[in-house]
Design a protein around this ligand. Structure first.
Ligand SMILES: Cc1cc2nc3c(=O)[nH]c(=O)nc-3n(C[C@H](O)[C@H](O)[C@H](O)COP(=O)(O)OP(=O)(O)OC[C@H]3O[C@@H](n4cnc5c(N)ncnc54)[C@H](O)[C@@H]3O)c2cc1C
Length: 413
């Protein structure tokens, strides 16, 4: 088939961690897959956003070892990520564990996973519009670098992080409004190895912001936990974000760079770094919760906090409900120690559309529940599950069979 027209069993839109996992899940269960990503590399927020630690992998356990919450693909991918950089899970004081990583390793590992005969990745490709036949997506129009690309899929998985495909198909969506966004940047040569050194520097920056020497938003700066250390520091500043409203992505990017510039000037003025040092900034400002799709089922806050299990559970979440809403620390509501919740298959199936599934940041969930389910460990799980659900449907196999397959995979370490 000519390159400008493609046909596939499963089309995955968005190549963040969820989209990458969805493509692998669909291809391993026999589907032909096309994967679209607007950047020239995979990983989305986990790479372009410079996030450098995987949350949501291990059960909360204040005293003991890091015990994985999920098996199957989540365990397989993150074990390989850890092995690439010889990283170990890092225990935080509140009993949580994270897996630190360098975005480069995640990008290369994702390249490896999608280099598979049944996955056709298109990088630098933007979803433009969707044509429907009845309640199904029949055709997807894209821009591949400088030319048009038309795809005719049997099923589609929306892993855009913003439910862009579901929205284009006229499906239900809801815009998250509670969570701040953030900018991340690395400062080479800024070595604040001990907690006391980091606190002392933070105090100085906060004082400078209070005195009006630097922008007030600099008061909320913090070191990013679990960054891969060395002779540099990874810093983050929360920035208010309300989707398409007053603090849009454009404002967030420009405002974020202004904040970073002021912090850099302050670090130079205090002789922390020489003036020759420029910050390494993330490719994009970070959005924690954006637009979510309406699912056949909705993941609720109660379900998450009660660590509820489900007969059609296809992925697992174990991270606390983390809400960033002003200030330099999130509000965390913890799950019971050593426990997790199931994510029902219906949360990954788009309401009102017959062949559309979702993974990662745009599954059907209450916004507060997404405060837990959005983290990388869980997004890997929902992405993989959405790919498998789509693959089974595209091949005429039942959802019950897909759920059974995923539950069996979950038992594998
Ligand atoms: C500041 C910040 C800090 C965070 N810290 C952590 C942390 O420490 N640990 C953790 O586990 N999680 C953290 N997270 C959350 C986590 O990074 C994300 O929730 C997770 O990576 C989401 O993955 P995803 O694949 O669902 O979505 P995304 O990463 O958003 O991926 C969506 C992908 O779709 C692509 N795309 C979008 N629209 C289109 C289109 N129209 N056409 C083609 N492609 C498109 C995007 O380029 C992107 O690659 C943080 C998030 C933020 C914002």
């Amino acid at each position: 088939m000519e390159q400008s027209r493609q046909q596939c069993d499963v089309l995955v839109v968005g190549g963040g961690v969820a989209g990458m996992a969805a493509a692998v899940g669909a291809s391993r269960t026999g589907a032909t897959v096309v994967l679209l990503e607007k950047y020239g590399f995979m990983g989305g927020m986990a790479t372009a956003g410079m996030v450098s630690s995987v949350c949501g992998l291990y059960l909360r356990n204040p005293e003991g070892r890091a015990l994985p919450a999920a098996g199957g693909f989540v365990a397989e991918f993150t074990k390989k990520l850890a092995a690439r950089q010889q990283a170990e899970p890092l225990a935080l004081p509140n009993g949580l564990f994270i897996l630190p990583y360098r975005p480069w390793h995640l990008v290369r590992l994702a390249d490896e996973f999608i280099s598979n005969d049944s996955i056709r990745p298109f990088l630098h490709t933007h979803l433009l519009s969707v044509k429907k036949e009845g309640r199904s997506v029949a055709e997807v129009e894209c821009r591949y670098w400088n030319s048009a690309l038309t795809i005719r899929p049997t099923c589609v998985v929306d892993c855009t992080g913003e439910a862009s495909l579901v929205d284009s198909a006229g499906g239900e969506t809801v815009q998250g409004t509670l969570q701040d966004g953030a900018v991340l940047f690395r400062v080479n040569g800024l070595i604040a190895g001990t907690r006391a050194e980091r606190l002392a520097l933070m105090r100085k920056i906060v004082h400078a912001a209070e005195q009006g020497v630097i922008h007030d938003d600099c008061r909320n700066i913090s070191f990013f936990p679990g960054h891969a250390g060395g002779r540099s520091s990874l810093l983050t500043v929360p920035i208010p974000h309300d989707g398409a409203g007053a603090f849009s992505m454009t404002d967030m990017e420009i405002h974020g760079r202004r904040i970073i510039e002021e912090v850099m000037a302050f670090l130079v003025s205090q002789s922390y770094v020489p003036s020759s040092v420029s910050p390494e900034t993330a490719v994009q400002a970070g959005v924690r919760v954006g637009r979510m799709a309406g699912g056949v089922n909705t993941l609720t806050l109660d379900h998450v906090l009660q660590c509820a299990k489900a007969v059609d559970g296809v992925a697992r979440g174990c991270w606390p409900v983390e809400v960033w809403s002003g200030g330099r620390r999130p509000e965390l509501t913890y799950l019971a120690q050593g426990d997790y919740y199931d994510i029902p298959a219906g949360c990954l199936v788009a309401a009102g559309l017959d062949n559309v599934f979702m993974g990662g940041r745009c599954i059907g969930a209450e916004e507060m529940a997404m405060g837990s389910a959005r983290v990388i460990g869980t997004a890997l799980g929902t992405g993989y599950a959405a790919g498998v659900l789509a693959s089974f449907q595209a091949q005429g196999r039942s959802r019950k069979e897909a759920v059974a397959y995923l539950q069996e995979q979950q038992q594998k370490g």
